[in-house]
Design a protein around this ligand. Sequence first.
Ligand code: OOG
Ligand code: MG
Length: 262
Amino acid sequence: MALSDTDIKAWSEALNLAEQNGTAMKRITKTIPDLDIPSSYDIQDRLIRLRCDRGEQIVGYKMGLTSKAKMEQMGVSDPIMGVLTDAMKVESNANYSLKNKIHPRIEPEIAFHIKSELKGNVGREKLLGACSWASLALEIIDSRYRNFDFRLPDVLADNCSSTGFVLGEAISNIASLALDNIQLQMTFDDKVMQEGSSSAILGHPLDSLEALVSMLSARGKSLPADSIVLAGAATAAVTLEAGTKVTVSGTGFSPVNLSIVS
Ligand code: OOG
Ligand code: MG
């Protein structure tokens, strides 16, 4: 079902409030079981507009549910895309506070910087040419829905649970990286919490970027020049705990750390 403009506004305001107050809400599809995908993206767009009205700037996009581990963890089997703003950027080695968060989780990712605008059907070659660097990343996700329980339209409306992202050292010699064979490991203190390969990300992380560009194009948009893109988690996400140091390491990259505080 397509939503009216009034309803799109109301749901985006509800999601915005849930995020600002750190309180979970009932998923939209409990109220509107047949919420359609275009309306979900309209809610996402409105939600991002509310952030921009507060002075935030769009810095890129993220792909999600691009690995089997994530699809199984969340019970949704279609890749999704969301928007990243400057306010979501967290410096590596920072103390990250869980204050005002609902039930935050963290996952290991690979990020790319795209220097020139991309649209339509792009292959790996074109993507590589447009890519200025790659880095390891940690993504913090915090669904605004109670118990992290959502269906595809809900998670799209909620900007794909986007909350924070940490970027590691930028590697500009991308050719030196075996992009589909990066062994990723995420630890809490010294305990291994998740391990996986970048091949889990739609087979190859650049194929995830290709999917992003085609999803944007299908909505009449393009991937703008100077965009950061998170390709999607290679493993399931893990609930954050105060007092832990989270580290992600990956072949060819220096590790990225984040200290979690209450
Ligand atoms: C949705 C966000 C998924 C990823 O990398 O798969 C995501 C969620 O799991 O809440 O960011
Ligand atoms: Mg993610």
